[in-house]
Design a protein around this ligand. Structure first.
Ligand SMILES: [Zn+2]
Ligand SMILES: [Zn+2]
Length: 448
């Protein structure tokens, strides 16, 4: 039986976001006993996000933008939807396959030395996977999702790719020849969780620690689009692999002259969750189509995202756009009430997401499919509202109407809460029907 992480004290869940976990409490004989630490950390994520908000406000720094925040957390939700459908996601399934069929020998699962070795080995694998995710175009197509926010706060940590695990698993396969799957799965989760707290501007330079562990300052450089930040600081938990392999760069601390500007060299300028996840694939396909010669086409796929014929493997930075202060961010002028409306509906989708993950073993296939459709439809509709697409009110009307009909059909879905939720969605449908009617009347009047 998997250890139930929801029963653990909150302080313990919080410690685990910082890799503060005694080996004796995280060594398991079987994979089934390994808790889902990531799903069990949702409350700790929420608490730290609220804490960051308060600190940013006290520090008089810009607060996260609602539209960007929702895009980031939404990408995180989307990236974990596969876990609702399949028992084991590709990375752990591939690991088990290698372990069961090709292992050379077995390190003892209950040894502290195995635990420490795996901690370092997983981070070493992460360094190379992350470096390749930046230097190989088809892997960048997945990883660019994480870098596509122009803000940098804890929500950015959750902005994850749906597709990344389909190529990242291969970097950990050598470990499957001798490290038991449970201990690998523990460190794989902690390596990911550790990277949550480093996505913040509230914490400055951490002195000597900057040369040992990955820190907010080091990771700000990684997310920067200033020229000195490009292809730097790939570390997950530790930073010494970057120092060792020559990819380390310290943050320049003259904030007037060198302030890090976050995001992609070519910002994607969209809140659509599908576009955020898959836009770079479209770029790759069209570039391959347009470039002459099989060699150039292949290089487009496996060389760096900035490569062009006649340039080095990773392209030339001089060919990429430089930053100019003050660098504007993507933002469309939307009415204030859009933010309030979106926060309410985003809260609803977060609750559905959490319920689906916590009860995935007991929910029917139908309920899981409905949850997934609801989550993706909500993220798409809210994104199109913030992108000010002409069709956004029609989509939102359709979504709220469909949800209202579904709730009428399943009045016992949330027990006593179903009726208030039904009222919320019906009211939302009426609001958008009114907006559409008013807009159409105004257009007719204009024509007259
Ligand atoms: Zn990266
Ligand atoms: Zn990051």
């Amino acid at each position: 039986m998997a250890t139930n992480i929801t029963d653990l004290p909150f302080s313990v869940k919080l410690q685990r976001l910082f890799y503060l976990i005694p080996p004796s409490e995280s060594m398991f004989a079987t994979l089934e006993e390994v808790p889902n630490y990531v799903d069990g950390s949702l409350a700790a994520f929420q608490m730290l996000i609220v804490t960051e908000l308060v600190i940013l406000w006290i520090q008089c720094k810009p607060l996260p933008r609602v539209s960007d925040f929702m895009s980031s957390v939404g990408a995180g939700m989307a990236s974990r939807l596969t876990g609702l459908v399949v028992k084991r996601v590709i990375d752990i399934a591939a690991y088990i396959y290698i372990w069961e069929n090709y292992r050379l020998f077995e390190l003892p699962w209950d040894s502290v030395w195995t635990w420490i070795f795996t901690l370092l080995a997983v981070d070493f694998g992460y360094y190379w996977l992350h470096r390749c995710a930046h230097e190989v175009n088809f892997m960048w197509a997945a990883h660019q999702v994480h870098h596509s926010s122009e803000d940098y706060n804890l929500s950015t940590a959750l902005r994850q790719s749906i597709l990344q695990s389909y190529s990242s698993w291969i970097f950990y396969m050598p470990l499957a020849l001798f490290v038991p799957p449970p201990i690998y799965h523990v460190h794989q989760q902690f390596n990911l969780l550790y990277q949550f707290w480093i996505h913040t501007e509230t914490i400055g330079w951490l002195g000597p620690l900057e040369y040992i562990i990955n820190t907010p300052s080091a990771h700000r450089v990684h997310h920067g689009r200033n020229r000195y930040c490009i292809d730097k600081n790939y570390g997950g938990t530790f930073i010494f692999f970057d120092i060792l392999f020559g990819t380390y760069e310290a943050e320049k601390r003259d904030h007037l002259r060198d302030k890090v500007v976050f995001g992609l060299l070519h910002p994607i300028e969209s809140r659509n969750p599908f576009y955020i996840q898959f836009c770079h694939w479209w770029y790759i396909i069209t570039t391959i189509w347009n470039r002459p010669g099989l060699t150039n086409k292949l290089k487009t796929l496996v060389y760096g995202p900035g490569w062009e014929p006649g340039t080095p493997r990773l392209g030339l930075l001089a060919n990429q756009p430089d930053i100019h202060y003050p660098q504007p961010k993507y933002e469309t002028p939307v009415p204030m009430w859009y933010s309030v409306y979106s926060i309410v509906h985003f809260a609803a989708v977060s609750v559905v997401n959490q319920i689906a993950h916590e009860n995935r073993s007991t929910l029917s296939q139908f309920d899981i499919m409905v949850s997934i459709i609801f989550i993706l439809a909500t993220l798409t509709c809210l994104g199109s509202l913030f992108d000010k697409r002409w069709y956004a009110p029609y989509l939102e009307l359709l979504r709220c109407f469909a949800v209202s009909c579904f709730l009428l059909y399943k009045l016992d879905l949330f027990q006593g809460f179903t009726f208030p939720v039904l009222i919320m969605f019906t009211t939302s449908a009426v609001i958008f029907a009114t907006i559409i009617l008013r807009h159409n009347s105004a257009m007719t009047k204009k024509v007259e």
